[in-house]
Design a protein around this ligand. Structure first.
Ligand SMILES: CC(=O)N[C@H]1[C@H]([C@H](O)[C@H](O)CO)O[C@](OP(=O)(O)OC[C@H]2O[C@@H](n3ccc(N)nc3=O)[C@H](O)[C@@H]2O)(C(=O)O)C[C@@H]1O
Ligand SMILES: CO[C@@H]1[C@H](O)[C@@H](O)[C@H](O[C@H]2[C@H](O)[C@@H](NC(C)=O)[C@H](OCc3ccccc3)O[C@@H]2CO)O[C@@H]1CO
Length: 361
């Protein structure tokens, strides 16, 4: 039988050869050296592992691995503590959705025009609020601790296998026309809330949403109220005034519709991005719907996780930005979004532990 033999060369170098079982054993100092180097190797490995563990604990913005099949531990009021760090101190009395009583019985004056307030759009809004609702569903309202996940539309979700994990949150917030049909394994199938505007409304909401999904309209201009009113009351549709043709027939239940309080757009713009509210330029800077949704979640939920956020670097011109279609950063040229500024805002949220990320950032 052959086994490995170690012999010492004149220069002290150890060389490997072969010997049979009858040959003499290695000298003791040689065996000693081998076992010492094994210990060194093990110690280095242990040190490396310890550094890795320390690194992932210290970096709040690193991956977050939820245990599949297990609900996340939820601490009541956890997100609220972070809210003042991010947004400063202000009145917490703001409703999530606009309600008729604020525009009908008592007229609540708004300081700003859309998308940061409702100044000048009150009459149109009144008609919309008369046919929609503002309540938070009992299934969310009654939760002692609300675990939420905001699903961005980023390419990072592709092949992520996060579907099962996403479905386990109490509240799943999706954005715009992001599909679930055919992508369930990566993005899940539960949608508690979908934030959208007319130009981003999915043409087939019945396929992409659940019957009880809240469809939350984010209004950017008065025409957005006009669109929803004409759809829900089946009035004559107006085609002009949109930057992209929105659906003319939209099969939804008015009970599913909510109108987002522009207050959340205002604080996302002002507190997270330091954007001026009044902008004289043609292309007005505004937060992305994703950043707005995170802002809303931090106020609505006790625990906020995010997935599918993060754009490619500017030089990655051919990299797709969405998990469901091939379009690149170029498509965002006229959008009025500052994605680098938003990345910094999200990084800060991750660093202070206000949100956790299920994909990389
Ligand atoms: C051409 C164009 O106007 N594109 C805008 C599209 C478009 O209107 C809709 O997709 C139509 O359904 O909408 C936007 O966003 P969009 O619908 O692309 O994505 C929703 C949110 O996900 C986050 N996101 C997306 C892609 C990516 N690689 N990283 C991300 O972090 C962002 O937070 C983003 O908001 C929007 O509303 O904000 C912003 C985009 O600029
Ligand atoms: C959250 O914003 C939504 C989306 O992410 C933006 O891309 C989109 O931007 C559009 C912008 O709102 C349009 N502006 C106006 C005044 O309607 C713009 O219109 C064309 C244009 C181009 C250059 C200069 C002036 C006007 O088109 C943008 C999309 O390319 O807004 C969404 C909310 O509506």
């Amino acid at each position: 039988m052959q086994c490995v033999q170690w012999t010492q060369r004149p220069g002290g170098e150890v060389a490997r050869g072969s010997r049979d079982d009858n040959s003499p054993q290695e000298p003791w100092h040689l065996r000693n050296m081998i076992s010492k180097s094994r210990w060194k190797l093990l110690a280095m490995l242990a040190l490396f592992l310890a550094v890795m563990v320390w690194y992932s604990i210290s970096r709040e913005d690193s991956f977050y691995f939820p245990v599949p099949g297990k609900k996340e531990p939820c601490l009541q009021g956890e997100a609220e503590k972070m809210v003042s760090k991010l947004f400063g101190n202000y009145s917490r009395e703001q409703p999530f959705f606009l309600q008729l009583k604020d525009y009908f019985w008592v007229k609540t004056p708004s300081l700003y025009e859309l998308p940061y307030g409702t100044k000048g759009s009150e009459d149109l809004l009144l008609r919309v609020l008369a046919i929609t609702s503002y309540s938070i569903p009992e299934s969310i309202q009654s939760l002692k601790c609300r675990r939420c996940v905001v699903v961005g539309n980023g390419h990072r979700l592709r092949n992520s296998s996060l579907g099962e994990t996403i479905n386990k949150y109490d509240v799943v917030i999706r954005l715009n026309s992001a599909p679930v049909a055919g992508y369930e394994q990566d993005v899940g199938s539960k949608t508690t809330m979908r934030l959208f505007y007319p130009e981003s409304a999915h043409f087939n909401p019945k396929v992409e949403d659940n019957p009880d999904t809240l469809l939350v309209l984010v209004a950017f201009k008065a025409m957005d109220f006009h669109w929803i009113e004409s759809i829900l009351s089946d009035k004559k549709r107006v085609r002009k005034g949109f930057w992209k043709q929105p659906p003319l027939i939209w099969d939804v239940n008015p009970k599913q519709i909510r109108i987002l309080n522009p207050f959340y757009m205002e604080i996302a713009a002002d507190k997270l991005l330091s954007l001026p509210i009044h902008q004289p330029h043609k292309i007005k800077q505004k937060p992305t719907t994703g950043l707005l949704a995170i802002t809303l979640a931090l106020h609505l939920c006790d625990l906020v996780h995010i997935a599918g956020f993060g754009y490619p670097d500017a030089h990655q011109k051919k990299q797709s930005i969405h998990y469901y279609e091939y379009i690149t950063l170029k498509s965002m040229m006229w959008s009025g979004h500052n994605v680098s500024q938003e990345a910094l805002a999200i990084k800060r949220m991750l660093e202070i532990g206000a949100v956790k990320n299920l994909t990389y950032f």
